[in-house]
Design a protein around this ligand. Structure first.
Ligand SMILES: Cc1cc2nc3c(=O)[nH]c(=O)nc-3n(C[C@H](O)[C@H](O)[C@H](O)COP(=O)(O)OP(=O)(O)OC[C@H]3O[C@@H](n4cnc5c(N)ncnc54)[C@H](O)[C@@H]3O)c2cc1C
Length: 414
């Protein structure tokens, strides 16, 4: 009898698992369920679409034919409402029941809504799907003044969309710097200057207290907690993600701001796996629980899960140093690993546009941020992957090139 694999979510994690399963087992039944109305597209590129820099076609990755050709049953516009792990069934809002032998949950997250008055007004956007990008593009094209809330990796995409669409914007940040958990003020200042150049003004120690609207329910302004008013006919908010686990209530799966899995992407329930943004996974490099929010990591987790779902015993572990690039500026920006973790860090500003910070935990590299010059990325990622003890040589982490062998030899000699 052929095994029945059900995958919830057709993001990059779910889709790469489906592809891996099909390659490993040509006979298996594979079903992919997604609440979205379109098959896998490149979530990384939807910001370029919203900026007006890219048409729709290259954003799409698979069309429904891709699934049909591989005999994968794709269910669009289908919302999973319950998983019964005793009966091994997946229930949908539309009334379908899917039986599984192996289940993968790859449902990612949904943007957290701003908990302030009028945050549902027209012209205020959260950003996750291609549909969101279409609405953002249409509104940004027509807007003159904007506000952006959320000083992180998705907030800066919204700021860059304002820049590209000639929306004069204020970027309201809670602290004194953009992404202050990963960058110092000195590093963030390079980003602030680049934002100012695109007519996006950072406003520090701010945020939003409430929005004002016109009689038609459209945003006219954002008022920050200090009482300062910023006129706006467009707003973008990116204050975090809520992980899509509500349909797993009562399923017995261990949840903790996501789904807890081991290094093989197995949950605590037999034959149920999870992959992608949704996972709180055992990071074999850190030796600790961790969560990633990056395309490459989600793709790899999907592939690892797919391999292990088909195998009789766990075959492949997830061992990965994540990377995330920002391409909005005329200089490169890369964060890798877990730049917000660690108990120590070293950093250096090399010139007006070049800066580096390396985060350390117990003398090992766990992540970092490179601005302006990415030459050190491969060496630093290797040190992180191998967990080389760099104690006593921290200054060398700030050299232009990273000599991994030298670090390893010193560590071995001690
Ligand atoms: C605007 C934007 C820009 C980004 N830029 C970058 C970048 O530059 N670099 C980078 O590395 N990463 C970037 N990311 C992050 C990256 O896209 C994600 O880490 C990755 O897409 C996660 O993939 P996933 O498959 O885990 O989840 P998702 O892509 O979120 O897919 C989950 C799918 O599950 C579906 N689903 C959820 N609940 C249910 C349900 N109950 N029933 C049925 N279906 C359901 C969802 O609709 C969705 O289609 C960006 C993300 C966004 C939104």
């Amino acid at each position: 009898m052929c095994a029945s694999h059900v995958i919830i979510g057709d993001g990059i994690a779910g889709s790469s698992a489906a592809e891996t399963i099909r390659e490993a087992d040509p006979e298996a039944d594979v079903t992919v369920i997604t609440e979205e109305g379109e098959a896998l597209y490149n979530r990384i590129l939807i910001k370029e679409f919203a900026k007006g820099k890219l048409p729709e076609a290259p954003v799409s990755i698979h069309d429904p034919d891709w699934y049909a050709e591989r005999d994968i049953d794709l269910r669009l516009d289908t919302v999973v409402t319950e998983v019964d792990t005793d009966a091994r069934e997946v229930h949908t809002y539309e009334g379908d029941v899917f039986e599984y032998d192996k289940l993968l949950v790859a449902t990612g997250g949904t943007p957290t809504q701003l908990p302030v008055d009028n945050s549902d007004a027209e012209g205020i956007h959260h950003f996750w799907t291609f549909e969101d990008a279409r609405a953002i593009k249409a509104d940004a094209e027509a807007a003159e003044k904007g506000v952006v809330i959320g000083a992180g990796l998705l907030g800066i995409d919204l700021a860059a969309i304002c820049g590209a669409q000639d929306v004069e914007a204020h970027y309201l940040m809670r602290g004194n710097a953009w992404w202050r958990y990963a960058l110092s003020e000195e590093g963030a200042e390079i980003i602030h200057d680049a934002l100012r150049e695109m007519d996006v003004t950072p406003v520090f120690d701010s945020g939003v207290d409430h929005f004002e609207t016109d009689d038609g329910g459209r945003i006219t302004a954002a008022v920050d907690p200090n009482g300062e008013r910023f006129e706006a006919d467009f707003a973008g908010a990116a204050i975090g993600l809520n992980f899509n686990t509500e349909f797993l209530r009562g399923s017995g799966l261990e949840l903790d701001d996501g789904i807890v899995v081991d290094e093989y992407m197995r949950t605590n329930v037999d034959d149920v796996y999870a992959a992608g943004d949704i996972t709180q996974f055992h990071d074999v490099i850190l030796g600790d629980r961790a969560q990633n929010g990056a395309w490459g990591s989600a793709k790899e987790q999907g592939s690892v899960a797919g391999t292990n779902m088909v195998a009789d015993a766990p075959e492949e572990e997830f061992r990965w140093v994540s990377s995330y690039s920002i391409t909005h500026f005329d200089f490169p920006f890369l964060s890798f690993g877990h730049p917000t973790l660690g108990d120590d860090s070293v950093e250096k500003k090399y010139d007006e546009g070049t800066w580096r910070r390396v985060a350390l935990k117990e003398g090992r590299v766990v992540g970092g941020v490179l601005i302006g010059d990415l030459a050190a990325q491969s060496g630093l990622k290797k040190l992180a992957r191998k967990q080389v003890d760099v104690r006593g040589n921290e200054d060398l982490l700030l050299e232009e090139q990273i000599d991994v062998d030298a670090f390893e030899e010193t560590a071995a000699a001690e």
